[in-house]
Design a protein around this ligand. Structure first.
Ligand code: UD1
Ligand code: UDP
Length: 384
């Protein structure tokens, strides 16, 4: 029996973290030959994930440039994938989420008439410029894909509203599957700055920030808010692994560099990051992935964006939208630091995004689609 050749295409840190457990699951299925094409949209931050999950790319387009533009990422990916698809002849191409790699990978597959499976399908803000360019990337991939793997019911409903073609499966988010590989109670940090922190006597706030629509004034306001929060709370330590984007680094180091109890460190590997969050008091971020991971650990999250495509944890009460205005962010963080009851209301573990079994569901859905198994996998449903 010939095996189905399933090619996963990814290139940035969050795609790698959320695709790694799926690539491993596919490799475990006897009916499937699982191969990976890395675009290398991120270099160091991608390699770090591959190392932690002990994975290697079968192809690597190695496209990253310093301060790259959306056009260079997209064109280099499409041209590079032309050759890879001709050589590898996959039966299906899987892409994840909403990056430029995702869109260009799906478009290249379409040009070769290879069916696309979209992991993390159906997230929407309904504002094409926010997040930018992610909202448009994921919407366009929704039109291309044959199989849509939606984390939640609301994501599925978004796709139904757009009348996308193909099959939609509700699977949960593979981010929660990834956490099964990383979070350990007895974990010891490798990063010196983290080992030196006393998590029992200090309240640790984990900060990340990188979104393109926050570049400029919103990002400066966010940094000033972080400085003010640390300045007024002597028992707080801010740990901020700063993204490698030169724009972000200039802003973060320019405003927060050298400030007391603010630790600006290089990006840490995903095992360090998940275990850091698990021991933190609060997460303040504009990241998508952190909005999914922190609630599963019972950590309150303030989202420093104007909107979110992830309303489920807001409804569950662990995440609040703080916006990008300095004083509002300071006010919301101060409430969680100064009012124990307000903190307790938000600090509860909820799992609206998954039960850790998204990857087996996606693998089953692919096998079902190709007629290799008879039963369609049942949809994930979040515990009430
Ligand atoms: C990209 C995605 C965004 C995702 C984010 C995750 C697009 C358009 N954006 O944004 O959706 O949320 O990744 O982090 O796809 N750099 C390095 N080394 C690395 C990674 C980045 O030096 O390992 C630097 C490079 O100078 C690069 C810059 O960061 O040009 C920006 O990277 P890019 O992938 O263009 O944008 P992100 O902001 O990372
Ligand atoms: N992350 C990491 N190291 C860091 C910062 C983040 O491993 O220094 C992880 C984080 O736990 C999550 C993912 O990277 O799994 C989120 O990536 P990012 O915020 O860059 O992208 P987004 O999710 O916003 O697309």
């Amino acid at each position: 029996m010939s095996k189905l050749k399933i090619m996963s295409v990814f290139g940035t840190r969050p795609e790698a973290i959320k695709m790694a457990p799926l690539v491993k699951e596919l490799a475990r299925r006897k009916e499937i030959e699982s191969i990976c094409c890395l675009t290398g949209q991120h270099r160091e931050m991608l390699d770090s994930v591959m190392e932690i999950f002990d994975l290697k790319g079968d192809y690597d387009l190695n496209i990253m440039e310093k301060s790259q533009t959306l056009s260079t990422i997209t064109t280099k990916t499409i041209l590079g994938m032309d050759k890879v698809i001709d050589t590898a002849q996959p039966d299906m191409i899987l892409v994840h989420g909403d990056t430029s790699t995702t869109f260009a990978g799906a478009l290249a597959a379409f040009y070769h008439q290879v069916p696309v499976g979209h992991v993390e399908a159906g997230l929407r803000t309904w504002d094409k410029y926010s997040p930018f360019p992610e909202e448009m990337n994921r919407t366009l991939v929704g039109d291309i894909a044959a199989l849509h793997f939606s984390p939640t019911v609301a994501n599925r409903d978004n796709l139904l509203r757009e009348s996308v073609q193909g099959e939609i499966f509700i699977t949960g988010n593979t981010a929660i599957d990834a956490m099964k590989y990383t979070v350990r109670d007895d974990y010891r940090f490798q990063t010196a700055a983290l080992n030196e922190l006393d998590f029992s006597s200090r309240r640790v706030i984990v900060v990340t920030c990188h979104r393109r629509e926050n570049y400029g004034k919103p990002m400066e306001d966010i940094m000033h808010a972080i400085a003010a929060i640390a300045g007024t709370h002597p028992d707080v330590e801010v740990v901020y692994p700063v993204h490698l984007s030169p724009t972000v680094r200039e802003c973060a180091f320019g405003i927060l560099g050298g400030k007391d109890r603010i630790h600006l460190i290089d990006p840490i590997d995903v095992q360090e990051m998940h275990n850091l969050m698990a021991r933190s008091y609060l997460v303040m971020t504009d990241s998508g992935g952190l909005q999914e991971e922190a609630p599963a650990m019972g950590k309150p999250v303030l989202v420093m964006r104007r909107e979110t495509e992830r309303p489920e944890a807001i409804a569950a009460g662990t995440v609040k939208l703080a916006g990008v205005e300095r004083d509002t962010i300071i006010g919301m963080a101060s409430e969680l630091l100064d009012d124990p009851a307000a903190y307790r209301r938000m600090a509860k573990a909820v799992n609206p995004y998954g039960d850790g079994n998204a990857c087996p569901r996606i693998a089953d859905a692919i096998l079902w689609h190709f007629g290799k198994i008879e039963t369609r996998p049942p949809d994930f449903s979040a515990a009430k």
